[in-house]
Design a protein around this ligand. Structure first.
Ligand code: FAD
Length: 370
């Protein structure tokens, strides 16, 4: 029998916008960080996935980044942040100040390798979170409730196309991209219809020798200059429906269209942002377009989105045949001691904030009944 090493009432996995928002609300509702409430993050620093974003990405380049609850009370607002600095630095700093101010005591770098059910008599129904620290030490934490807020950055999604294994150039996904300079004087193929692909194309313009853009569906440009996620009701509703049905989640911009900022408008007008139907296959030196033309490529950049990073939840067997997890109001339907913050309709900074309040209240109800 494997004894547990530590006990906590609630373990939160991930300290991005969603995990911090839940942590903030749980603390306000009376849980003590460090003993009742344990926040874990495998990344080395503050900022959630933002700490890994490429250097050129600026705050607000895609959508608005909403303040964490309680940030304003500290006198911090993302709208006031210096937009000439990389978003990763700004968000990392803001989150660090937030964690310190609210004394959230995030443990990092600590990676959760699995979440399983403890079914011994002494701990009926509790969950067991197994972690691995940087030096390889494994720790088992018994938790009444687990809030998973692990985001998507760890699981970029790259679709399969014939010839992917034959292509001799470089293939990379959004999480591998560092800067346009790496592609100086190269022919670059960019795949994907989201804001990351658009950002890459604009950055590569004038640096790469050529860019070609392929999307599975023709681009739909929204009628606005910036996407107001609060009014993207239909797209968020569609994510909620998919989460409740246990389906793979669609992206937000697939439901809203991509807002046309001034920078994007200029890119469309210059011809940099001209999407072609997805290529049919890759060969050793490039891709073959839908009408049979060959496009030479030194690199193929797959900006084709992400999936929820739920690999550590595998022992709970929550995956449906449709490829998702059944989640309603931020809670797993099949494992009521598990909450999923930032999942589905909560997958934006505004959604993550709402998740914090919604989930914290339900967590307190579970604890009261335990
Ligand atoms: P993350 O920020 O990904 O945090 C998850 C945390 O969990 C990470 O710190 C990670 O280290 C940790 N973790 C994961 N697995 C484990 C594990 N097994 N053990 C321990 N820790 C783990 N949204 C907006 O609202 N506005 C924008 O402008 C915007 N721009 C974006 C740009 C890009 C390129 C991308 C990819 C997304 C963007 N988003 C934007 C969406 C944005 O990522 C989310 O809104 C939000 O920041 C996600 O927060 P999160 O807490 O769910 O996830």
């Amino acid at each position: 029998e494997n004894p547990v090493d530590q006990h906590a009432r609630v373990v939160v996995i991930g300290a991005g916008q969603a995990g911090l928002s839940v942590g903030y609300h749980l603390r306000r509702l009376g849980l003590v960080p460090g003993s009742d409430l344990v926040l874990l993050d495998r990344a080395p620093s503050t900022g959630g996935a933002w700490q890994f974003r490429w250097e050129a990405l600026r705050l607000g380049a895609a959508h608005r980044v909403h303040d964490l609850p309680g940030m304003r009370a500290m006198g911090l607002q993302f709208d006031d942040a210096d937009r000439s600095r990389p978003a990763r630095d700004v968000v990392g700093e803001y989150y660090r100040r937030f964690e310190q101010h609210y004394d959230l005591r995030v443990r990092r770098p600590v990676s959760v390798s699995s979440v399983s059910r403890l079914d011994d008599d002494t701990a009926a129904g509790a969950l067991c979170v197994t972690t691995r620290s940087a030096d390889g030490t494994e720790t088992r934490i018994r938790a009444d409730v687990v809030v998973n807020a692990s985001g998507t950055w760890g699981t970029p999604f790259v679709p399969w196309y014939p010839g992917r294994g034959v292509f001799r150039g470089r293939q990379l996904d959004t999480t591998d991209y560092r800067s346009a300079a790496e592609f100086a004087r190269q022919d670059v193929v960019v795949v994907g219809g989201g804001t990351s692909a658009i950002g890459f194309l604009l950055e590569l313009d004038g640096v790469a020798r050529s860019t070609h853009w392929f999307t599975r569906r023709p681009m739909v440009w929204a009628d606005t200059a910036s996407l107001d996620l609060e009014s993207a009701v239909a797209a968020v509703d569609e994510q909620d429906r998919a989460a409740r049905a246990g389906e793979v989640l669609p992206s937000i911009v697939s439901g809203t269209g991509v807002p046309v900022s001034r920078r994007i408008r200029a890119g469309i007008d210059r011809g940099v942002l001209r999407d072609q139907p997805m290529f049919t296959r890759m060969d050793e030196t490039g891709v073959v377009t839908a009408d049979g033309a060959h496009v030479h490529a030194d690199a193929v950049l797959w900006a084709t989105g992400f999936r929820a990073d739920l690999r550590h939840l595998a022992p709970l067997h929550l995956r449906t045949a449709a490829g998702g997890v059944v989640v309603a109001d931020g809670r797993s339907v099949d494992e009521p001691r598990l909450f999923l913050a930032g999942y589905g309709p909560q997958a934006s900074t505004i959604g993550a904030n709402r998740a914090g309040r919604l989930i914290a209240r339900q967590v307190m109800d579970v604890l009261a009944a335990t």
